[in-house]
Design a protein around this ligand. Structure first.
Ligand SMILES: Cc1cc2nc3c(=O)[nH]c(=O)nc-3n(C[C@H](O)[C@H](O)[C@H](O)COP(=O)(O)O)c2cc1C
Ligand code: SF4
Length: 486
């Protein structure tokens, strides 16, 4: 149970209309304009770009894509780069397990996002801008295409051209260097250099830089311009100001998508917002996305902000949480997340693909009841090797997430070895979300995912190997056939 000293939070108390996520979808440009939409861009175009960047810096806005990098500093570095050609890219490729915040923002208010992109591109001196998202996000693609055309027609996108780009259903599409590859028409294989060194159209002769920002980050920008940096700082903490959109999935009474001030505790999220555990059960573990060490009840008093989560050895990530209760086997949780990271690894760095495969196989062996003590030691050793020569953070995710489960639940792993099997039978699905039903609060999981293989083909592809990088789930009908509700 939460500490008695913690103040109860409710979502409506904090969600100031117009902050980031509107309570219901904005259906038309007229509706957006009637609510003051478009004002932020007018304000931005009337002041020097440096002043816009200064406002964003003073707001303390930090990236909502996972790393929490200060947005104003990112824009200033692009603006100050002497290159003649630069680009601003919006990352709408949302693929972290248990995350649905960016799709909610693109659905409910595509205008706000595009206005944020227009302001960011203008402020950072970009020559062009892109919003990149998965082509399987049919609802969001439609919403953005329509909003872009409407806003272009009325001259509401500012002076920098803005294009939409679509890509495959790969986790690495969301990694910023993979995203730039997709924008340039290639597969999402992260390149060596970061965006500030190698952006769009860049080669060694022309090191044109780019900046990549998350959908939620850019959706926060119009509010900062309209209402000012202090308004943004009204909620949140000193070093993590503003709200964040939390996705809560799994064994909790009210799973859903909630905009809350940064700094609420996990207890407040789980009990006040999520309604507590399911009747007769207790929370056992919370998995943040798929990129950070897990949190257990001893951590639930931690404020959910960038620094406090780092201080207990985990991270805020994209504020997405899968909750498991006392019925869940931790070997199986480790197995589904390790498999996900292994499948999604691109293999450009051999230890990442090979060691994540080894870890997944050893976890399977333990789950099947064939494990030995040395398998546990081998898993921990592989967790240390998996990051060797890494180009991106995916292999770190495998390392820290799996190590945290093995170390915290060492007794449960040992019980599997002693009993020759699992004391907690049951199925654990990967929370790869494909839809959210706002009326019922139900998420759809991607039930086709178990068929995805480590070369990114699917077992049920009609033509073997045909759907590499552009998996077969391309139409709404196919997508519907491959999902289930949870
Ligand atoms: C494997 C991997 C997947 C990622 N997926 C996403 C994603 O889906 N969306 C996102 O915005 N950032 C994602 N990121 C983080 C991006 O690389 C990048 O840091 C972010 O888009 C920067 O935007 P921000 O500064 O606004 O947070 C991912 C990173 C890694 C390593
Ligand atoms: S660390 Fe893994 S996912 Fe990232 S580039 Fe290397 S092989 Fe690919």
């Amino acid at each position: 149970m939460p500490e008695a000293s913690e103040t109860a939070v409710t979502e409506h108390r904090y969600v100031i209309p117009g902050r980031v996520l509107p309570e219901k979808p904005i259906e038309s440009l007229d509706e957006y304009l009637a609510q003051g939409g478009g004002d932020a861009l007018q304000i931005a175009l009337a002041i020097p770009p440096e002043e816009i960047i200064d406002m964003v810096k003073r707001s303390g806005l930090r990236g909502r894509g996972g790393a929490g990098f200060p947005t104003g500093i990112k824009w200033a570095s692009l603006r100050n780069d002497p290159a003649t050609i630069k680009y601003l890219c919006c990352n709408g490729a949302e693929g972290e397990p248990a995350t649905f915040k960016d799709r909610m923002l693109m659905r409910r208010n595509p205008y706000q996002l595009l206005e944020g992109v227009a302001i960011a591109a203008y402020a950072s001196g970009a020559k062009g801008s892109f919003v990149a998202l998965k082509r399987r996000f049919h609802t969001e693609v439609k919403a953005l295409e329509r909003a872009r055309l409407e806003m272009m027609e009325y001259g509401l996108l500012g002076p920098v051209p803005l294009e939409l780009r679509y890509g495959p259903d790969s986790y690495l599409f969301g990694e910023e260097r993979g995203l730039l590859e997709v924008i340039e028409g290639r597969d999402p294989l992260p390149r060596i250099h970061p965006p500030y060194m190698q952006g769009i159209l860049a080669d060694p002769e022309h090191p044109y830089p780019a900046a990549v920002n998350n959908v939620e980050t850019l959706s926060s920008v119009p509010g900062i311009l309209r209402f000012g940096p202090d308004w943004f700082r009204e909620v949140g903490t000193e070093r993590s100001p503003g709200t964040m959109i939390f996705t809560l999935v799994g064994d909790v009474q009210r799973p859903g998508i909630y905009e809350l001030p940064l700094g609420v505790t996990m207890n407040q999220l789980l009990y006040d917002i999520g309604g507590g555990p399911l009747p007769g059960h207790e929370f056992k573990v919370v998995v943040p996305g798929a990129s950070n060490p897990v949190m257990i009840p001893a951590h639930f008093g931690t404020p959910l902000d960038f620094d406090a989560t780092a201080a207990i050895g985990t991270g805020l990530g994209s504020a997405s949480y899968t909750v498991y209760d006392d019925r869940t086997c931790m070997v199986r949780v480790a197995k589904v997340f390790s498999r996900f990271l292994h499948i999604e690894s691109c293999g450009q760095c051999v230890p990442c693909k090979i060691q994540s495969d080894r870890i997944t196989r050893l976890l399977n062996k333990i789950d099947d009841g064939d494990g030995e003590q040395r398998d546990l030691e081998e898993i921990l050793a592989a967790c240390r090797r998996v990051t060797d020569g890494q180009r991106c953070y995916l292999s770190t995710a495998e390392s820290v997430l799996i190590q945290s489960l093995v170390r915290i639940f060492v007794g449960e792993f040992a019980a599997h070895l002693e009993m020759g099997g699992c004391p907690l039978p049951g199925v654990t699905d990967l929370p790869k979300l494909v839809d959210f039903h706002e009326d019922t609060g139900v998420f759809d999981f991607d039930m086709r995912y178990p068929l995805k293989r480590s070369d990114w083909t699917y077992e049920d592809d009609p033509v073997p190997g045909a759907s590499v990088l552009v998996p077969g789930v391309e139409t709404a009908e196919e997508e519907a056939a491959g999902t289930t509700s949870a």
